[in-house]
Write a protein that binds this ligand. Structure first.
Ligand code: AKG
Length: 313
């Protein structure tokens, strides 16, 4: 490192330390969305207890109702529950997308409960709750969160439904959305890192890949063109193991938040999240509101990202 890059690295490390000194390492809890503006203003995660308690979905969404209300759907299929995750192929890691398969809701639930063979996860992340195949389920949840609409001044960009089991884990990533994530059945556990910890996560460019079936029906990885930035950090490993992967990880601080059925998590834009689940099945809906681009936050994050890239060159 030159003197200048050492000075930049020192300044970034001081920034991370300051952030962790001034911010709680736990998510605040509230009883209603009336306090949502506090969390959104400070861009910090918060749990809203029992806010979905009276949603019809909470009492209606059992297997039989789901199977009778929904026809064919697109399901992410992987060998180990690792959709959009790094997979070692030969001597390198690829960022591998799941195989998307059409199946009926009934077959999907059966496969999910069997815990045998391929791991299936309804996680299409494309605003699926507004699609015709989910029209009946969409009547059982609000199609927006009024308090968030007031704060953001817009409707959600996407409303998604997620149905999975404990084998499925969502690897560490971040999104440009303000996220209201509501658990209907089961439990979700989020491992969260603030945007300032980007420096600690050691993003690198990985070749893209996808799961396909070979002639025997086995899921295998096929390489794709193009590379994407991704982090090798895996919160399921110990801190020491992650530090071996990225030395700067020692400066990071993980906030672990458990969200139970009937509760909602406000997951602020730009926060890195790794998600695990329990429940047979675990069901959630989430509301993605586009992040704000005015003010300083977005521009400062772009600048920070560029500074980190300078250190990597
Ligand atoms: O529930 C999950 O598995 C992932 C959720 C997620 O990544 C998101 O809401 O942005």
């Amino acid at each position: 490192m030159t003197t200048t890059t050492t000075k930049i690295a020192n300044a970034i490390e001081a920034l991370i330390e300051d952030y962790h000194d001034f911010n709680a390492s736990y998510a605040h809890e509230y009883d209603s969305f009336d306090e949502l503006h506090r969390a959104v203003n400070s861009n910090t995660p918060a749990v809203f207890k029992g806010v979905a308690r009276d949603w019809p979905a909470m009492r209606k969404w059992d297997d039989e109702y789901l199977a009778n209300s929904v026809g064919d759907i697109e399901i992410a299929t992987t060998p180990l529950g690792n959709a959009d995750a790094l997979v070692r192929v030969g001597d390198k890691d690829l960022l591998v997308e799941p195989l998307n398969q059409q199946m009926s809701m009934r077959d999907f639930l059966q496969q999910l409960h069997s815990k045998k063979g391929d791991v299936v996860y309804l996680q299409s992340q494309n605003g699926n709750l507004s699609f015709p195949e989910f029209a009946l389920l969409a009547k059982d949840v609000p199609l927006s969160i009024a308090q968030m609409e007031n704060i953001m001044g817009t409707k959600p960009d996407a409303v998604n439904i997620w149905i999975g089991g404990s084998e499925s884990v969502t690897s560490l990533h971040h999104d440009p959305y303000e996220n209201i994530y509501v658990v209907i059945k089961g439990t979700k556990t989020f491992n969260l890192f603030p945007p300032v910890d980007e420096y600690c996560l050691g993003f690198e460019h990985y070749q893209r890949g996808k799961y396909v079936r070979d002639e025997s029906g086995e899921l295998i990885v096929e390489g794709l063109d193009g590379h994407v930035p991704w982090t090798p950090i895996d919160p399921c490993l110990s801190k020491e193991e992650n530090i071996e992967r990225v030395a700067q990880f020692s400066l990071s601080r993980c906030m672990t938040v458990t969200v139970n059925a009937g509760d909602a998590l406000y997951l602020p834009s730009g926060w890195f999240h790794h998600v695990m689940q329990d429940g047979d099945p675990c069901i959630a809906t989430n509301y993605w509101f586009d992040q704000a681009y005015d003010g300083e936050r977005y521009s400062m994050r772009q600048f920070y990202n560029k500074m980190i890239n300078v250190l990597r060159e």
